[in-house]
Design a protein around this ligand. Structure first.
Ligand SMILES: Nc1ncnc2c1ncn2[C@@H]1O[C@H](COP(=O)(O)OP(=O)(O)OP(=O)(O)O)[C@@H](O)[C@H]1O
Ligand SMILES: [Zn+2]
Ligand SMILES: [Zn+2]
Length: 801
């Protein structure tokens, strides 16, 4: 007996609908519906999309409705992804539907339309006229023209009904093909009836009767200089048929000379051997590949993947943000050619869908992409690689709030394959796990060919000020740039994140006001003209003079890239500058274009934000300048020092990667800060030790787990009040060891007209936490809709903004 019942999760993300619904599989769809397919189902008075997660022979529920239609020929979710999705929903406390949606390309998500369907002639003349020979009118079109009251009357009269449609954006690119179906005699007969004037038709008859394979209609039209109209006559005569053929778009087509594996250097082959050994033995090991910048990690990835492919297995490679790492993507394309699918956020929805389908159809072996590529529907994975493991983009900041590392490790258990986390600057969490032996540590301490790490100089900007230099370039940096311009070498200038100016700093002594108990900088809140800690809600008035040196140069911090560009043009009028920031890279393909221009030496200076810190490898870059290390150092985030260390190390790694030696100049108001000093010395271990001590003292990860609860509401008081109730509930229900901070305003207190308050939990072991949080969410359930209250829970927050 075949299964007649489908368990469906429906496309309605809400607390009430976060479960599986039973539907009947109608006779007509039996055998066509399989687990993992998308279907449309009646839900309330609508039709919506859903995923079939399992099937059964019978159901306890009476009066089940049937599934309306099936949207797929082949399941879009594999059995593995279905159980992964359920796990993900539980781990991140999100809805099942959100988890499944997160795994699939945009094109497969449904959009909904409502239209008025004509059954009989409506008595209302305006409405009748509006139908104008059609059977359906879109809701949008109706809205302003016909009052709802009239429509409702017509519905009562049963002349019209509402119809709901589910459409998806998936669009296969197709071409029209011509196929010859007529026999030769049929062509002869056709010829006999043609009038002498029909020259084109004579020509085409000849053409078709000698055509030995199907051709695109476009080609036929071009070669015969004819029109569709003429071709149609042949179709009507039954001599040819037209059909649609799917073609794959190939956005990465073009010149691709393949690269060959390089002979490995010893640290590389040792690393490769270990990883290959896990693949051979089918062990789900997690490796931390800790290799300095330019140590040849990428070549290790390439050869490990090659090994997997030769065994008939597949690979996923994650990069932090794909448009920022075009050089990295190209290296994979050039090694594996057509076997690579690139899941690139800058591709059109259709193009991305095509890339995804190559994975689904198993025509590729490697998927390269940002975060969501971890869900590539491969069924025989041999390896997963997360490059630049420390990047914060690997954590999704929206439901489901997952970290890609956790998903990879979960998938590795299923596929019995290794996960490789590669970076020069591991997160503290990862390195601590590697030290404990939870992950296997592989060290690559040398650059390829033993090239020296570029020398780093730290420039004290307070001192510059005291010497009367009020510009944004220290004297040393200015000289260094001039020298590069003379020598026809290139410069990369780095400015921290644009426009972040919520902290105040004394330019005279570099003092930044910090929270006495949280070790983070205080945030300026304009409303009250006070400085606040957004972890514990400590606050103090905004000072007029520096509390440390009494100078009155205490002020907001932050310069935009545009300003720096102006200053560069003034100071170095002959220099050609490329500015890369959110404004200049908004257009599709802009990153690639700007980087290419720089690579072809159409500019001397590349000026940019965070986005230029990654994966750049230009032989003529001999100077890297960091304009102010402080912007990052003073983010109101306990990871500020870690992020500064990572960034300084990464940008330094961009200089002198080839024959020419490199130099790095870091400007800062706090030259004595340990993250700056350890980065200068390329001393990861030293940094790790000191930072771990602080994390322990102030009770942060990896010693403690964190959970961040953010409440948003249009009214400030209400947001605060709900957060306070939640804080009290947590105190009541969690153990005494748990530290519960808040309520305090979020560092960005208001976004899109909604006030934000937060409450933070620090804990070591709280088995009940999930349960308690779930109860809290349920408690506020009715208020979500009624008063647009929102509660976000992040069980492993990365961005504490
Ligand atoms: N075995 C090798 N022999 C010769 N050259 C190599 C070898 N391995 C890598 N290289 C070259 O050395 C340079 C640095 O290597 P690669 O980019 O792989 O390092 P990486 O560790 O990934 O760097 P980063 O983390 O800074 O991006 C590249 O130009 C690469 O082509
Ligand atoms: Zn001061
Ligand atoms: Zn505090």
């Amino acid at each position: 007996m075949t299964d007649k019942i489908a368990h469906v999760v429906v496309d309605v993300p809400s607390v009430n609908t976060d479960r599986f619904y039973d539907y009947l599989i109608p006779e007509s769809l039996q055998g066509a519906i399989h687990v993992g397919m998308r279907v449309t189902v009646p839900f309330g008075n609508r039709t919506i999309m859903g995923y079939v997660l399992s099937t059964a022979k019978e159901s306890k529920v009476k009066g089940l409705k049937p599934i309306q239609s099936c949207l797929d020929v082949q399941p879009v979710l594999t059995e593995e992804l279905i159980s992964l999705g359920k796990w993900l929903a539980q781990e991140t406390m999100s809805f099942f539907i959100s988890s499944f949606q997160a795994m699939l390309p945009q094109a497969l998500k449904a959009s909904y339309k409502k239209s008025l369907h004509r059954v009989d002639t409506p008595s209302n003349p305006t409405l009748n006229a509006l139908f104008d020979g059609r059977d359906n009118i879109d809701f949008d079109e109706l809205e302003t023209l016909i009052p709802l009251k009239i429509i409702n009357e017509e519905i009562k009269r049963e002349t019209v009904t509402w119809e709901y449609h589910v459409t998806t954006k998936e669009s296969n690119k197709t071409v029209t093909m011509v196929k010859v179906v007529g026999e030769l005699e049929a062509f002869d007969r056709y010829l006999a009836h043609l009038s002498k004037q029909a020259k084109k038709q004579y020509q085409l008859t000849e053409y078709f009767s000698t055509m030995d394979q199907d051709q695109p209609l476009k080609t036929v039209l071009e070669r015969n200089k004819t029109t569709r109209q003429t071709i149609k006559k042949f179709v009507e005569a039954g001599l040819i048929t037209l059909y649609q053929q799917q073609v794959d778009r190939n956005p990465y087509a073009g010149d691709m000379t393949k690269t060959r594996p390089l002979p490995l250097q010893s640290q590389q082959s040792e690393a490769l051997d270990k990883i290959v050994d896990s693949m051979k033995k089918k062990r789900p090991d997690t490796y931390l590949l800790h290799g300095v910048t330019g140590s040849g990690k990428t070549e290790v990835y390439l050869q490990a993947i090659d090994w997997a492919i030769k065994q008939g297995r597949e690979a996923i490679v994650l990069v932090p943000e794909i448009s920022l790492t075009p050089m990295m993507v190209e290296r994979f394309k050039r090694r594996f050619g057509d076997e690579v699918a690139v899941l690139h956020s800058a591709l059109s929805i259709g193009e991305r869908f095509d890339e995804w389908r190559k994975i689904q159809k198993k025509t590729v072996k490697v998927a390269v992409g940002a975060r969501s590529a971890i869900f590539a529907p491969f069924e025989n994975l041999g390896i997963m690689i997360i490059d630049e493991e420390h990047e914060s983009t690997y954590k999704q900041e929206d439901h489901p709030r997952y970290h890609v590392r956790d998903v990879a490790i979960k998938r590795a258990e299923y596929h019995q394959c290794p996960v490789v986390l590669g970076t020069a600057t591991p997160t503290l969490e990862t390195f601590a796990r590697a030290k404990k032996g939870v992950y296997q540590l592989i060290d690559m301490p040398e650059r390829i060919n033993h090239t020296a790490m570029p020398h780093v100089t730290i420039e004290d900007m307070r001192e510059e000020l005291h010497q009367g230099n009020r510009t944004m370039f220290s004297r040393r940096l200015k000289l260094a740039i001039e020298k590069r311009l003379q020598n026809n070498e290139q410069v990369v200038l780095f400015l921290n994140r644009r426009g972040y100016s919520t902290f105040v700093m004394c330019r005279d002594c570099g003092h930044v006001v910090e929270c006495p108990s949280c070790d983070i900088s205080l945030t300026y809140h304009q409303r009250e003209h006070r400085l606040k800690c957004h972890y514990c809600n400590y606050s103090e008035p905004m000072p007029n003079v520096c509390p440390h040196c009494q100078s009155d140069t205490i002020r907001f911090f932050g310069t935009g890239t545009e300003k720096v560009e102006e200053a560069l043009n003034e100071t170095f009028p002959e220099a050609r500058v490329i500015r890369m920031d959110v404004d200049t890279t908004r257009k599709k393909g802009a990153h690639e274009r700007l980087l290419k221009q720089f690579g072809q030496k159409q500019a001397d200076i590349l000026l940019g934000t965070q986005m230029i810190a990654k994966g750049l490898d230009f032989p003529d870059v001999t100077l890297v300048g960091v304009l102010t290390a402080d912007g990052l150092l003073n983010l109101p985030d306990f990871r500020a020092a870690e992020k500064t260390f990572q960034l300084l190390t990464q940008v330094s790694g961009r200089a002198g990667r080839h024959e020419l030696t490199g130099e790095v100049i870091v400007q800062t108001y706090t030259p004595e800060h340990y993250s700056v000093l350890f980065a200068k010395a390329y001393d990861y271990h030293g940094f790790f030790k000191q930072e771990m001590a602080l994390r322990k003292a102030y009770q942060y990860p990896p010693y403690y787990f964190l959970t961040l609860i953010t409440v948003t509401h249009e009214q400030r008081l209400r947001a605060e009040e709900v957060t306070r109730v939640i804080q009290k509930l947590l105190v009541k229900h969690l153990s005494e060891e748990a530290i519960i901070l808040g309520p305090s305003p979020s560092p960005i207190e208001r976004i899109k007209g909604r006030y934000r308050f937060q409450c933070m939990v620090k804990y070591k072991n709280e088995p009940d936490l999930h349960h308690v949080l779930k109860k809290i969410l349920d408690h506020y359930q009715k208020d979500y809709q009624k008063e647009k209250l929102m509660i976000h829970i992040d069980l492993n927050p990365q961005q504490l903004m």
